[in-house]
Design a protein around this ligand. Structure first.
Ligand code: ADP
Length: 364
């Protein structure tokens, strides 16, 4: 039995697999505040002050249920040049620690959880979010910076959400664009199952507008703000945690609230989010030389019909057509019968992809 952990800055999501069968799942949400533990659909309030305590809680809970774990798989966002799934040892931990400045929201809680999981005394495997994007060609992953700088500091586009984009592109041949729209958001251009470009770069900050992250910015803004007295730490926090939908709307990073808000700022926030997405899709249609299938996933992609409607309407130049009823009810295929592009909604399953990697590694 395998425990798969998918950790956010204030969440621990877990699933337990026996083979490919999911036998149990749960989520600790709002770690550090009044936490909520959801397991198999039931909710329970509790106090969990940090991720270590969250793991201790999950361990006890699994022991009470007599679920004995044989290996643990972790989603790891950034491992620098370490992109293949790895059995975690000191060397792997060091790499993840070294990559922390490049994934400041993700790597610290992941490291805390990996260390806390030593108490299970089983093999732990790191599965990297960058892995899927390794097939990008140099033209897609190279920044136009002097080579001596990019080589010295391992600067290139790595891409993230790879575990989700892998799942989304399974059994999807041809020219595919996968849109993972959650709190973090990224889009990938995929040709016959292989990633050829993606919107996140050296860090998960590049690309689309996100819940609290800026996405693409003119780098000149950084120098301008540094000259105005901001420190680099302040800018890191500003760009990662206070921008995006939250910064634009000054209200919320939750799309559910913004789409029904009457405030101009909330409307502009959604407009900018959708506009950036349409722009990226256009770029990736050019890169792919056409589009067979557009797929939406992530909390917004799976649920927010208004966002999908606006995007698909903007793609009418490609002959894309929506079946409005199907779109409203989040059906798996939401394009109309005459549409020249198939448009799908897929629920992502990063944990299943991680479990498969864990089995591969422990079998070897
Ligand atoms: P994360 O990237 O943290 O895993 P999710 O994939 O769960 O996040 O996505 C979070 C986003 O999805 C939030 O902006 C939230 O508003 C949006 N979302 C979640 N459920 C719904 C829903 N039923 N309708 C519209 N938006 C939703």
């Amino acid at each position: 039995m395998i425990l798969v952990l998918n950790v956010g800055s204030s969440t621990i999501k877990y699933k337990i697999f026996r083979g490919e069968v999911e036998v149990e799942n749960g989520l600790i949400d709002r770690i550090g505040e009044n936490s909520v533990f959801t397991h198999n659909g039931l909710e329970e309030s509790l106090r969990i002050k940090n991720h270590e305590e969250g793991i201790r809680f999950i361990k006890k809970y699994l022991e009470r249920k007599n679920l004995s774990i044989e290996a643990i798989g972790h989603r790891v966002v950034h491992g620098l040049d370490l992109t293949e799934s790895k059995l975690i040892n000191e060397e792997v931990l060091e790499k993840i620690e070294k990559a922390t400045p490049l994934a400041p929201l993700h790597n610290p809680p992941e490291l805390a959880v990996i260390k806390a999981c030593n108490s299970f005394e089983v093999s732990q495997i790191a599965v990297f979010d960058t892995s899927f994007h390794q097939t990008m060609p140099p033209v897609a992953y190279t920044y136009a910076l002097p080579k001596e700088i990019t080589e010295k500091y391992c600067i290139r586009r790595y891409g993230f959400h790879g575990i989700s984009h892998t799942y989304i592109s399974l059994n999807e041949p041809g020219k595919v664009i996968s849109c993972h729209l959650g709190n973090g958001a990224s889009i990938a251009a995929i040709l016959d199952g292989k990633c050829i470009d993606t919107s996140m770069g050296l860090t998960p900050l590049e690309g689309l507008v996100m819940g609290t992250r800026t996405g693409d910015l003119d780098p000149g803004i950084i120098f301008y703000l540094l000259n105005k007295g901001f420190t680099s730490q302040e800018l890191n926090k500003l760009f990662n945690e206070k921008s995006g939908l939250l910064g634009l709307s000054r209200e919320s990073n939750d799309v559910r609230e913004l789409v029904v808000s009457e405030k101009d700022e909330a409307k502009l926030a959604i407009d900018v989010f959708v506009y950036r997405l349409i722009k990226y899709i256009g770029a990736y249609v050019s890169v792919l030389g056409g589009l067979d299938c557009l797929i939406f996933t992530g909390g917004i992609g799976e649920n927010e019909w208004r966002v999908r409607q606006r995007v698909v309407e903007a793609l009418s130049y490609l002959g894309a057509e929506l079946d409005e009823e199907k779109n409203l009810s989040n059906q798996e295929i939401i394009s109309g019968k005459k549409s020249k592009v198939i448009v799908k909604v897929k629920k992502t399953n990063e944990e299943l992809m991680i479990a498969r990697e864990v089995y591969k590694i422990i079998r070897n």
